[in-house]
Design a protein around this ligand. Structure first.
Ligand code: FES
Length: 157
């Protein structure tokens, strides 16, 4: 194999959905296929990334930190995949910062009991605390029966 072939093979990166990735990106596909579905997830965790929550967190980029953590737990893919998304704005719940929301994919294998849960004080979570949360979610145990602090919701007016 010549040096050019070696360089080309080293530069070809395939993302988790099987698409070739644009150089310098983690998962951006080279060829855009508008009909390709988004990747399955069982649970989606939205972490607030607006000013107050982001400042409270120790991690500069919490979403990337959590995605890397999920990879070590093998929960970044497969049937029980947990998807991490960061908000582009404030959840309007800053007094509970840092805030994260849990949404379950109830159209597939999401666990209804853990759907629409708002967690507070996530800036205090250690690595082990995040792991504990991810294990509870992936095994469909009830967050209500754990000791994770939740933001309660007012009655409908
Ligand atoms: S900045 Fe996170 S809830 Fe407002």
């Amino acid at each position: 194999m010549g040096w050019r072939s070696i360089m080309e093979s080293k530069q070809t990166k395939i993302n988790i959905m099987g698409s070739e990735v644009v150089e310098g990106f983690v998962c951006k596909p080279k060829k855009l296929d508008l009909n390709k579905p988004i990747m399955h997830f069982k649970t989606q965790l939205f972490v607030c990334n607006d000013e107050r929550c982001a400042k409270a967190c120790n991690e500069e980029d919490l979403a990337t930190y959590l995605r890397d953590l999920l990879k070590t737990l093998e929960l970044h893919r497969g049937k029980n995949r947990i998807k991490i998304s960061r908000t582009g704005g404030c959840f309007g719940a800053c007094r509970f910062r840092a805030v994260a929301n849990i949404y379950e994919n109830t159209r597939a294998n999401g666990y209804l009991s853990n759907n629409n849960i708002w967690l507070k004080n996530t800036h205090l979570f250690t690595k082990n605390r995040w792991i504990e949360l991810f294990r509870i979610l992936s095994k469909n145990k009830k967050i209500d029966e754990s000791n994770f602090e939740q933001i309660s919701m007012a009655e409908y007016l």
